[in-house]
Design a protein. Structure first.
Length: 239
């Protein structure tokens, strides 16, 4: 499932980046500076919000189960298509994954050892948004804000030892999985600074709002909060 999420995200992002230059031909009557699109690559850190029953139950039952324990790397690719001097469309694809080792708080095995399993959360996205530059594009530093939404592809997995409380607290080994596709939205704010004729650097923060129902091996565990905050930096190339 991990490779499926990653491949789907990259394929959608690649498709958007492929068709966007053709769309840009409609704006060739404007100046070259205003009509050219930009390819952006970025890397940062994402922290899930964890505001759902699944995460609250985990914090009660297991160690290393707060949202901060699932903070991890996030990377992405954007295509920025200018519409006028301040407004642009933003096509984005991203992928995040983090894992943590958890153990039961109040139970050990017969040898007194912790009963442990690994938790992994992966989220890919393919989104469309709008970005507004708050100054002219040629300014030394360009602050911008934006918002958008789209599809979020997620996978949750827990692998290791568990307790069957319905069978005399028997310990068993298993791999539990759930995955799905949800639709959500985000807000962003950032700063961009040109470092050459066609290149620039940028730093950005995004807050996303996404939730979905757990299914598969986690059926009945309620909703999964996939919302979170990311801080990233990257390079932009004007095409």
């Amino acid at each position: 499932m991990r490779s499926k999420i990653l491949c789907t995200t990259l394929a959608l992002a690649g498709l958007l980046a492929t068709v966007a230059p053709a769309w840009c031909q409609h704006y060739r009557t404007r100046s070259i500076y205003e009509s050219e699109g930009s390819l952006r690559l970025w890397l940062g850190a994402f922290r899930p919000q964890g505001d759902s029953q699944y995460f609250r139950d985990n914090q009660f039952d297991f160690t290393n189960s707060s949202s901060s324990d699932l903070q991890g790397l996030i990377g992405g690719v954007d295509y920025l298509l200018p519409l006028d001097r301040h407004l642009s469309l933003l096509f984005s694809g991203s992928y995040y994954e983090a894992n943590t080792a958890q153990s039961y708080r109040d139970f050990t095995d017969e040898a007194g050892r912790r009963i442990r399993h690994d938790q992994t959360l992966g989220i890919g996205s393919a989104t469309l948004g709008v970005v507004v530059n708050l100054t002219e594009r040629r300014a030394p530093i360009v602050p911008y804000i934006g918002a958008g939404g789209g599809a979020y592809f997620w996978r949750l997995e827990e692998t290791g030892d568990f307790i069957d409380f319905n069978n005399h607290n028997q310990i068993f080994n298993d791999s539990l999985q759930s995955s799905g596709t949800a639709f959500g939205y985000y807000f962003l704010a950032g700063l961009e600074a040109p470092i050459g004729r066609h290149t620039s650097v940028f730093a950005e923060g995004r807050w996303s709002r996404v939730k979905d129902d757990l299914k598969g091996d986690f059926e009945g565990f309620g909703r999964l909060d996939l919302s979170g905050t990311s801080v990233s930096a990257g390079l932009s190339w004007r095409l």
